[in-house]
Design a protein around this ligand. Structure first.
Ligand SMILES: Cc1cc2nc3c(=O)[nH]c(=O)nc-3n(C[C@H](O)[C@H](O)[C@H](O)COP(=O)(O)OP(=O)(O)OC[C@H]3O[C@@H](n4cnc5c(N)ncnc54)[C@H](O)[C@@H]3O)c2cc1C
Length: 377
């Protein structure tokens, strides 16, 4: 019997496992495939770098600002005023680094195990069943944590949430390129679009960069993300930055992400918590979800530790997860961002365009607009 069984060893599952293992608890971390590179822009907040000094080994760029563009290419530029920096990672390397930190802390990783069902007793979930090369395995735990992302089957089986509707998600494509470019390696670039969605160019160092785009909500029904991606590459302003359209594509993939904020009514049940993408911890405005997933994982781990100390795994204790200050702050922040997204994308991005145009000339106004996109670390 494990103290905690975690399904999914992405950033949220691995971080949760690390904290629990460091506190001396027995943790099973179940992962379907550690060789999977999740389709992602790979932009990682300084908040995560603070938690994982091991990331220095990855030798990724130091990003000290962002250039945000409206659909008409008005620019809102952000430069950090502190000494911190964010970065851009290759998700395969990053996910494996965080997993290995969890394993070093004592978590037991079960790779090539696909979680497909719960083990239930008297109406409670007491374990997770997986399929592996050795057949079906059963992992019993006092607490179960679902961190297996957007596609989590167990989240639906738990009854805590239903299948995603098309208007609740963003559909995004990302690709890693290598070749000559005129990108400033210190800035990430985000391009808000005429359609409900955005595109990005993130420098990765050594002539590599990540380009992607995504559509949200009603935009998913009107557009094809592959076509949008190809059109974005052909935009004259983008060709100025990346003149060589024959740049080598090292990798590409498409994947959905939650688009409407945290699923506040789906976070816990007796013996069970949902963290990261599984529970909607992704910013509705730009798809950033790595740090929020990791923070939700930290909050769930703290509550799990309290429950294990008290030997009470019921909702009486686990509901504290929803009330954790970090979770409350993310929920609040996403609600504001969701409202802003709808306003920005009205009239084919006209509102955002006007805001950025005015911000180009008026510094006081610009600082206010920047506050809508960037919060202090
Ligand atoms: C195209 C795209 C671009 C993005 N760009 C950014 C970005 O630049 N910056 C940012 O901060 N966020 C970005 N995000 C969001 C970010 O990827 C997620 O918020 C983050 O990965 C969430 O981490 P997680 O651990 O909750 O879930 P995931 O990273 O999805 O991890 C889930 C893990 O569970 C495993 N798993 C799934 N099903 C099972 C199963 N049945 N059994 C066992 N294991 C299973 C998976 O293999 C995976 O390892 C992007 C997302 C997409 C789709």
């Amino acid at each position: 019997m494990y103290d905690v069984v975690i399904s999914g060893a992405g950033p949220s599952g691995s971080h949760c496992a690390k904290i629990l293992a460091e506190a001396g608890y027995r943790v099973a971390l179940i992962e379907k495939n550690t060789n999977w590179r999740k389709p992602c822009g790979g932009s990682v907040s300084s908040r995560v770098i603070k938690l994982y000094p091991e990331m220095k080994k990855l030798n990724t760029p130091k990003i000290v600002g962002a250039k945000l563009y409206s659909a008409e290419y008005h620019l809102l530029e952000y430069n950090r005023a502190d000494n911190l920096y964010s970065t851009v990672v290759d998700r395969l390397e990053f996910d494996n680094l965080i997993r290995n930190v969890a394993i070093d802390a004592g978590a037991e990783l079960f790779d090539r195990n696909f979680s497909f069902d719960f083990i239930s007793k008297e109406g409670n979930f007491i374990g997770i069943k997986t399929k592996s090369n050795e057949g079906v395995k059963e992992f019993f735990g006092k607490i179960l944590i679902l961190a297996d992302g957007m596609g989590s089957r167990l989240a639906i089986k738990s009854g805590l949430r239903s299948k995603w509707k098309v208007e609740d998600i963003t559909i995004a494509k990302a690709a890693i390129f290598e070749g000559e470019n005129k990108l400033d390696e210190k800035y990430i670039r985000v391009y808000f679009q005429h359609y409900k969605g955005y595109a990005w160019i993130f420098p990765m160092g050594e002539q590599q960069f990540n380009i992607g785009c995504g559509t949200s909500a009603s935009g998913n029904l009107k557009h094809n993300v592959n076509e949008l991606f190809n059109e974005f590459l052909k935009e004259p302003k983008i060709k100025e930055l990346i003149p060589d359209l024959n740049c080598k594509v090292i990798w590409s993939g498409a994947y959905p992400l939650p688009a409407n904020g945290v699923l506040v009514n789906s976070l816990f049940a007796n013996n069970l918590m949902l963290i990261g993408d599984t529970a909607g911890f992704v910013s509705p405005i730009n798809g950033e979800g790595i740090y929020q997933s990791i923070f939700s994982a930290g909050a769930a781990a703290e509550v799990a530790i309290e429950a294990l100390e008290l030997q009470d795994y019921s909702i009486t204790i686990l509901r504290k997860y929803k009330k954790h200050p970090n979770v409350k702050q993310i929920i609040r922040n996403f609600k504001a961002k969701l409202a802003a997204r709808d306003f920005f994308s009205e009239d084919q991005g006209k509102n955002l365009n006007e805001m950025f145009e005015r911000a180009e000339k008026d510094k006081v106004y610009r600082d206010k607009v920047l506050g809508m996109f960037f919060s202090k670390d």
